[in-house]
Design a protein around this ligand. Structure first.
Ligand SMILES: O=c1ccn([C@H]2C[C@H](O)[C@@H](COP(=O)(O)OP(=O)(O)OP(=O)(O)O)O2)c(=O)[nH]1
Ligand SMILES: [Mg+2]
Length: 143
């Protein structure tokens, strides 16, 4: 699938690092290094602007190495890039670690995955079909 991209950063376009990688790493495009203190969050620009085909969304996901080693993750869980969004892709990082973490220009701070999605119409009803599970959830089958 082809995705149109504007690249206002000096970095090459993101790429898949292995033949079957689902995500492309995204780099911070910042003038000055950012020191992110524990529990602080920051909006980090990438210099990238996308035009995602209709029926797809971009997902911004964290990088497991940063999360495991430094507690650096996304404050919004998974970022949603709507296909009609034409602004800059930005990444909302939060430091859940115990030490300040420095983000330098060009650091790979998150990854982008393209996902197909549906649009739904609601059918407003008075009751739902029955299932064995019913309303059971949140651990009702045990731990
Ligand atoms: O991690 C993110 C999440 C969102 N966005 C951009 C693309 C997305 O299409 C737009 C809006 O995101 P979202 O719908 O998650 O935010 P909102 O708070 O609902 O803002 P809006 O009212 O603009 O939809 O912001 C990013 O660049 N990075
Ligand atoms: Mg929104």
């Amino acid at each position: 699938m082809i995705v149109k991209v504007l690249n206002k950063s000096p970095f090459p376009l993101p790429e898949y690092k292995t033949p079957y990688s689902a995500g492309m790493d995204l780099k911070a495009y910042i003038d000055d290094a950012i020191v992110l203190k524990p529990l602080d969050r920051v909006l980090v620009p990438t210099g990238l602007f996308l035009s995602i085909p209709k029926g797809y969304e971009g997902q911004i996901r964290g990088r497991s190495g940063l999360a495991l080693k430094h507690g650096i993750t996304l404050a919004n869980g998974i970022g949603t890039i709507d296909s009609d969004y034409r602004g800059e892709i930005k990444i909302i990082l939060i430091n859940l670690g115990k030490e300040p973490f420095t983000i330098n220009n060009g650091d790979r701070i998150a990854q982008l995955v393209l996902i197909k999605h549906e649009w739904i119409d609601f059918d407003l009803v008075g009751s739902l079909d029955e299932t064995d599970r019913g309303e059971g959830g949140f651990g009702h089958t045990g731990v």
